[in-house]
Design a protein around this ligand. Sequence first.
Ligand SMILES: Cc1cc2nc3c(=O)[nH]c(=O)nc-3n(C[C@H](O)[C@H](O)[C@H](O)COP(=O)(O)OP(=O)(O)OC[C@H]3O[C@@H](n4cnc5c(N)ncnc54)[C@H](O)[C@@H]3O)c2cc1C
Ligand code: FES
Length: 254
Amino acid sequence: MFSEKCEIISNEQLASKVYEMVLRTDNIARESEPGQFIHIRINGGLYPLLRRPISISRAKKEEGTITIVYHVIGQGTEEIAAMVKGEMLDVIGPLGKGFTLFEGKRCAVVGGGIGTAPLLELAHRLKNCDAYLGFKDEVYKLHEFQAVCQKTVVATENGSIGYKGFITELLEQNIKAYDVVYTCGPKPMMRRVADICMASNVECYVSMEERMGCGIGACLVCTCKVKGGDGGVHHTKVCKDGPVFNAKEVLLDA
Ligand SMILES: Cc1cc2nc3c(=O)[nH]c(=O)nc-3n(C[C@H](O)[C@H](O)[C@H](O)COP(=O)(O)OP(=O)(O)OC[C@H]3O[C@@H](n4cnc5c(N)ncnc54)[C@H](O)[C@@H]3O)c2cc1C
Ligand code: FES
């Protein structure tokens, strides 16, 4: 884990309220695994006090850069969106446990909205997976998935691009083609993906999103519920033990 001030190489708008930022950081680019995140200090002032967690969408070791893709939600992300090339961003990372990679398995990545972003680095590492990408209306980063995935399918809720409806409907039709499915996006979507996988005995990994404080396992702000070996329900830290969990272990109902 590194604590660095990283130079902003670019910060561009991809869709309404969605931005992509490229940061120079040899250390984080070299060490990061798909599914890990960085914790961003917004400015030097007192507010916003807490850092903001954002997943690493791409890590290019040779270039010494990482890319993040983020949705502008509140003050923290608004301030990040206003930053320009040449400014320095204070980050800690790479943090958390990422996706488990398997050799010789048939894999699919299933993303919803901004949750598609962390799956891009995973798709690069898996090399020949299929991508299922769901969006409300505007679609972004599609060509980057198409460049690296064997097959890329898109669904939009309004039918503006690709299949009209939920991406989980397309996954369900093809689930027997896969051994492992990795998913990131809104909780109801991930719950549906997990159910589809469970019904066909397909391994499923989900990337959880909880509010965070420290980001390094010290404050207990980010807990989620997991099933223990004793059959009981326990709390675990999303920042340190996740954000990626096996869908069989984590409770997605809350
Ligand atoms: C492991 C992880 C990875 C993430 N990766 C991405 C990503 O790649 N792209 C992206 O756009 N967003 C991502 N998020 C969500 C992102 O952290 C929040 O949207 C962001 O913190 C909102 O901050 P804000 O100040 O703009 O909003 P505000 O609503 O003003 O934030 C207030 C507080 O709530 C927290 N918060 C608000 N929304 C969320 C949320 N959805 N999840 C967790 N905390 C939240 C903030 O961190 C802050 O502490 C990720 C969250 C986690 C936990
Ligand atoms: S954010 Fe502090 S323990 Fe996870």
